[in-house]
Design a binder for this molecule. Structure first.
Ligand SMILES: Cc1cc2nc3c(=O)[nH]c(=O)nc-3n(C[C@H](O)[C@H](O)[C@H](O)COP(=O)(O)OP(=O)(O)OC[C@H]3O[C@@H](n4cnc5c(N)ncnc54)[C@H](O)[C@@H]3O)c2cc1C
Length: 409
């Protein structure tokens, strides 16, 4: 007889790991099913690792709501788990006079989003704060609370902590079909056997639309969007004190020059519609455009080496906002289209899932909460970190190129 869990989470990216963490901490019996041999191996291993404040998120969106909740909770959780985080702030620069109106609109928008510490900088304040920036800026905004985390370690630590608290994590476990036997009884066929759960939560990222169909839904279609980066050596980090943002365009935040939590300087991401959901190859023309962006913005970067390059894919959909929906009769929750702020909104998404699970799906919320305790982790080889005695393969270039071998708690 196969054990029936309360919840089966399909997908071990930042969203699935965060949902697992939240629900396990709130006393639910969870299993996470991940098709790859490692966690965090798709959309979540090709991002910038920024914890955005939500200053530019669409008003009245689920996305803004999730980011706000996450901002309230994440710093305490990172602290308890002893995970790295740096509040380095961001500076948005207008390089053309005609961008000044947009800059003022963004300042107003930030206040509407309740990010109230955003301030405009005079040009002398800008160049005092960022002396290596090219001359010729027309205006700038400071967003002091923008932060960076390790985008691989954080979700993997969430998963590891959940395992410690009794959750089951199955990798190399592709979900191939889902059969509902009765309202609270799903039988899930995978390439490594059958799983059973009262409720299924679709956190399948770039394959979210395909997994939704397995549950009998057709909520959205994934339209993959690529983003490419250059990573510079750590010695370049003296050239910037905050993330340097351009004025955002219709397609996104634009190319940013920033420091990772481990102090490598990165430039990216681009934003390109692609057809494949697989991690994309590096395009040399795009790399040249990124180099030019650096030369134009912080010319001193010319003197430093690019140590690696990478590209990721955003699980964008035909709609701009996140899709977070529950179907009570089917006892199924869909989380889809978490395209560009899944790290920033992770605990907000997870909290919304908890609310849906207890209020909409109707699973009993009266369970014992568990405490969040610190984790021991240590990089033991080029591509492995041991957390709580188990080895996890590093899949994110920010961690690979930045984490020290001595990182240990
Ligand atoms: C270029 C770029 C830059 C970004 N920058 C930032 C940033 O700075 N800050 C920020 O907050 N966000 C950023 N994001 C967004 C963030 O990375 C995404 O929102 C997030 O990774 C989405 O996570 P996910 O868990 O939904 O998807 P994924 O990471 O894709 O995880 C889904 C998982 O489901 C698994 N899966 C799929 N189908 C099945 C199946 N049938 N059976 C079992 N498992 C299955 C997959 O293998 C995968 O591991 C960026 C994204 C990109 C690409």
């Amino acid at each position: 007889m196969v054990h029936k869990h309360d919840v089966a989470i399909i997908g071990g990216g930042v969203v699935g790991c965060s949902v697992l963490f939240e629900l396990t901490n709130r006393g639910f019996d969870c299993v996470l099913l991940e098709k790859n041999e490692s966690l965090v191996a798709e959309a979540s291993c090709g991002n910038s690792g920024m914890l955005h404040t939500g200053f530019d998120a669409p008003l009245n969106s689920i996305e803004l709501d999730c980011i706000r909740i996450c901002q309230r909770r994440i710093f305490d959780v990172l602290d308890r788990l002893h995970l790295p985080c740096k509040k380095i702030g961001a500076t948005m620069v207008a390089w053309k006079q005609e961008e000044l109106t947009r800059l003022s609109e963004i300042e107003v928008h930030a206040r509407q989003c309740e990010v109230s510490d955003v301030v405009s900088l005079s040009m002398s304040q800008l160049y005092q704060r960022e002396p290596h920036l090219s001359l010729g800026a027309y205006g700038a905004l400071l967003i002091p609370a923008e932060s960076v985390v390790d985008p691989w370690l954080m979700p993997v630590a969430f998963a590891s902590h959940s395992k410690r608290k009794g959750a089951e994590i199955k990798t190399e476990c592709l979900v191939t079909s889902c059969q509902q036997q009765s309202q609270y009884d799903w039988q899930i066929e995978t390439t490594s056997g059958i799983a059973r759960a009262s409720c299924v939560i679709n956190c399948a990222g770039l394959y979210g639309d395909i997994v939704d169909k397995l549950g009998g839904f057709q909520n959205f279609q994934i339209l993959p969007r690529k983003g490419q980066y250059l990573v510079y050596e750590k010695r370049a980090n003296s050239l910037l004190n905050s993330s340097i943002l351009p004025i955002p365009s219709q397609v996104g935040k634009g190319v940013i020059i920033f420091r990772s939590v481990y102090d490598n300087v990165l430039v990216g991401p681009t934003s390109e519609e692609v057809t494949s959901r697989l991690l994309p190859a590096i395009d040399n023309d795009v790399a040249r455009r990124l180099t030019k962006h650096c030369d134009d913005t912080i010319p001193g970067l010319k003197n430093y080496q690019v140590v690696t390059q990478y590209a990721g894919v955003r699980p964008a959909t035909q709609t701009k906002d996140y899709i977070i929906k529950a179907d009570r009769n089917k006892s199924w929750i869909t989380i889809g289209g978490i395209r560009s702020t899944g790290v920033s909104g992770c605990l907000g998404i997870a909290e919304k899932v908890y609310d849906l699970l207890t209020e909409n799906i109707g699973l009993d919320p009266s369970r014992s909460l568990t405490a969040i305790n610190s984790l021991n982790y240590r990089r033991i080889a080029d591509d492995y970190v041991v957390i709580d005695g188990a080895a996890y393969k590093i899949t994110h270039p920010i961690t690979l190129s930045g984490m020290e071998y001595s990182a240990k708690l």
